[in-house]
Design a binder for this molecule. Structure first.
Ligand SMILES: O=C(CO)[C@@H](O)[C@H](O)COP(=O)(O)O
Ligand SMILES: [Co+2]
Length: 229
């Protein structure tokens, strides 16, 4: 079953995953409808606990509500200290993939295995200050790696190019691994991430600061093609 879930996410590659963090939460339903009409294939949901990161977002009720409203797969980025405490409720709420932060957990291999046992795709994320060698031990137990190009916690931050070297290392060593990048992705940065081997590009501000989401996603996809590997 986790294979099917992985294919749902992989289906969007190479392409943009809108991060709802920067949307109008007062009008969530229409924001999601606008993204669907703009050609988005997967939604990226940023769950923050005010502990692992100094910011707080939302939890299962929003994920469950989104699941009822859209057929787009839900890619859940867990920026929380204890991902295993919420993994099962998140899956029940409708998450199709769960990505935990390697910095948050004492035993990343065990965390990955236990999330995979829930039947969803599993990802491991690393912040800009964390090295590829810190995620390597658990790579054979995950379906994707999320390389952060900002320190996790807030939208609208500046892209950190340290992510590009990590993507290149991961792409060279693990040709079939699904690679995501997240943070500060826009028309100026997305092609370099594609050239470094990235498959999925999480984008918040560069979509939601735009009046026309279709034009924003179309422009970003054109840049992905330009950076093609
Ligand atoms: O995980 C995060 C932030 O921690 C992201 O998903 C951001 O929400 C992306 O927003 P932009 O950097 O594109 O504005
Ligand atoms: Co994110």
């Amino acid at each position: 079953m986790s294979r099917d879930k992985l294919e749902l996410i992989r289906h969007a590659a190479p392409g943009v995953l809108p991060s709802l963090l920067m949307c109008d939460f007062g009008d969530l339903k229409s924001e999601v409808t606008r993204l669907e009409q703009a050609g988005a294939k997967v939604l990226h949901l940023d769950v923050m606990d005010g502990n692992f990161v100094p910011n707080l977002t939302y939890g299962m009720p929003i994920v469950e509500g989104l699941k009822r409203h859209t057929e787009m797969p839900l890619d859940v980025h867990l920026m929380i200290q204890d991902p295993l405490a919420f993994a099962e409720p998140m899956v029940k709420a409708g998450a199709d993939s769960l990505t935990f932060h390697v910095e948050a957990v004492p035993n990343p291999i065990d965390t990955a295995k236990r999330i995979r046992d829930l039947g969803v795709a599993v990802g491991v994320a690393l912040n800009p200050g964390t090295q590829v060698t810190d995620v390597e031990p658990c790579i054979e137990f995950v379906d994707m790696v999320l390389v952060m190009s900002v320190k996790a916690g807030f939208g609208g931050q500046k892209f950190d190019p340290v992510a590009l070297d990590k993507l290149q290392i991961l792409r060279n060593q693990y040709p079939d691994l699904l690679l995501q990048i997240d943070g500060g992705i826009n028309l100026d940065t997305i092609a370099s991430a594609r050239a470094a081997g990235c498959d999925l590009f999480v984008v918040g501000s560069a979509i939601f600061n735009h009046d026309d989401y279709g034009a924003a996603i179309g422009g970003l996809n054109a840049e992905i093609q330009r950076g093609g590997v």
